[in-house]
Design a binder for this molecule. Structure first.
Ligand code: DAH
Length: 342
């Protein structure tokens, strides 16, 4: 009698204990639901190894069939149980693959930033002056005392230096400390006239630094836009017309600009420009004046022929007025709640 069960094996050849060991090893290696399901098909499915084995029992003589049947059925129950446990474990330890890759889930939006309110304001200021024919140039933030003070007619020990509390660079030369973080953008007036001939019409945006305690209207880091115009026949009327046009462009045609005398060592006469704000207050926006003839002469210009005007605009101040911000310190706090409002 042939004892063929499946393949080339006879029932006598089948070592059920070995099948059990192999099946359990493979099951332990099945590390996700798909691998476990494949294992189940391999052993317990319709064409699975154990199922085939049970089916083949019919060919055995009756006396051996009963005992072999019991052994094989026990194996099947044992593997089924092992499978159930394995599946429960896999389900508990990892989400079903359909949940892990849900192709219908909308993508997480990219958080997109935008320009800082000071950059936005700076660009508006630049646009206003470009439209009036000004070029935009930049200068160094680490400056020499010579440009930041001396050649702007602010010699060492002059009381006017108190207007610009200074952060000095720790660099000694001949017993002096000649290098600093620029306290204003005015040194670019000197740098520019040194290298160019009239007509000159430039603005200089940039960051400046002051050794100051901060409060609602003062920061140790600030942004200015310097302006410089030099040509034959430039008068205070040009200064006034240019700066009035600027105020109207930025704040609206109905906003009044007030010009009053002020002192800056590098201009004569000097002025401060304030605008009348909604609540009726006058708020200072910038300093300005006619370029001092000594500065022109010192750089080789004939002051009888050439005249000019200069101005320095506080950009944080301008942004505060435009956006209605009452504390300058918000700008560099990096608080998203503030920045996201622009
Ligand atoms: N540099 C001055 C400051 O920081 C502002 C200023 C005043 C600039 C008058 C000018 C000017 O060009 O003419 O306070």
């Amino acid at each position: 009698m042939e004892e063929r069960l499946y393949g080339d094996h006879t029932m006598a050849d089948i070592d059920l204990a070995a099948v059990e060991r192999r099946a359990l090893d493979e099951l332990a290696a099945a590390c996700d639901a798909a691998a476990a399901a494949a294992w189940r098909a391999r052993y317990l499915g319709k064409k699975g190894e154990v199922t085939q084995l049970l089916r083949g029992l019919g060919v055995l003589p009756a006396d051996r069939r009963k005992q072999a049947g019991q052994t094989a059925n026990r194996l099947r129950a044992l593997l089924q149980e092992a499978f159930d446990r394995r599946r429960a474990l896999l389900e508990a330890s990892s989400p079903a693959p359909s949940a892990a890759i849900d192709v219908t889930l909308p993508a997480r939006p990219h958080r997109q930033g935008h320009l800082h309110p000071i950059t936005l304001t700076l660009r508006e200021i630049e646009r206003a002056f470009r439209d009036m024919g000004f070029a935009v140039v930049e200068g160094p933030q680490v400056e020499w005392d010579e440009y930041n003070f001396e050649r702007l007619r602010i010699p060492a020990d002059h009381p006017a230096r108190d207007m610009w509390d200074t952060l000095w660079i720790d660099y000694e030369r001949d017993g002096r400390y000649p290098m600093l973080l620029r306290t204003h953008t005015s040194p670019m007036q000197i740098r520019y006239i040194e290298r160019h001939r009239p007509p000159i019409r430039v603005i200089v945006p940039g960051t400046c630094y002051r050794y100051e305690a901060t409060d609602a209207t003062h920061e140790w880091m600030l942004t200015q836009v310097e302006g410089l115009v030099i040509d034959e026949g430039i008068s205070f009327a040009h200064l006034k017309g240019t700066l009035e046009a600027f105020v109207h462009r930025l704040f609206g045609p109905d906003v009044e600009a007030r010009f009053r005398c002020d002192y800056f060592p590098f201009v004569e006469p000097g002025a401060e420009v304030a605008i009348r704000w909604r609540d009726g207050r006058w708020i200072e926006l910038l300093g300005a004046g006619m370029v001092h003839p000594e500065i022109l002469a010192a750089t080789g210009y004939d002051p009888a022929r050439y005249t000019g005007f200069a101005f320095g605009i506080g950009v944080e101040r301008t942004a505060m007025l435009r956006y209605g911000i009452d504390d300058i310190r918000y700008f560099y706090d990096n608080a998203l709640g503030f920045l996201e409002q622009f």
